[in-house]
Write a protein that binds this ligand. Structure first.
Ligand code: MG
Length: 157
């Protein structure tokens, strides 16, 4: 059994769609970034890469590479899923938490779990996504950005 951890932050800006766990969420602002800036999917990618001992998201998908501009983070996740299988691992489970003051995310979490599981080709029971506020504290509480944390465990074989 191998464990990996991931963390990511993106800034909230006007004029961008809000995509979290592959789900488009109605909100007046979205996350800024080179890709679709799906902060929770990025944290999960880093957790999976960490568990596999395979570096980080910036190494596999450099934000200086124009081919990743606007890319769906689920596509990146799917490629990381392939990498894990090539290295002889399978996903045991993933657990993630999104840190956002608004909007309310609880109703979207099952759809995120479904899309993340589908991108990885694993059962949706292996993926858990949670959300929390920071009670108004810090950059997430001020609505300046969102953060996400994730852990992933992989089984060999
Ligand atoms: Mg990111």
């Amino acid at each position: 059994m191998r464990i990996g951890f991931g963390y990511d932050v993106h800034r909230l800006v006007n004029g961008r769609e809000l995509i979290l766990g592959g789900v488009k969420i109605p909100f007046e602002r979205g996350l800024a970034g080179h890709s679709d800036a799906d902060v929770v999917t990025h944290a999960i990618i880093d957790a999976l890469l960490g568990a596999a001992g395979a570096g980080d998201i910036g190494r596999h998908f450099p934000d200086t590479d124009p081919c990743y501009k606007g890319i769906s983070s689920l596509v990146m996740l799917s490629r990381v899923g392939d990498l894990i299988v090539r290295r002889g691992f399978q996903v045991a489970n993933i657990d993630a938490v999104i840190v956002a003051q608004a909007p309310k995310l609880a109703g979207y979490l099952p759809a995120m779990e479904e899309l993340i599981a589908r991108a990885l080709g694993v059962a949706k029971e292996k993926v858990n996504v949670k959300a929390t506020t920071t009670e108004g504290l810090g950059f997430a509480g001020a609505g300046e950005g969102m953060a996400a944390y994730a852990v992933a465990s992989l089984q060999e074989g």
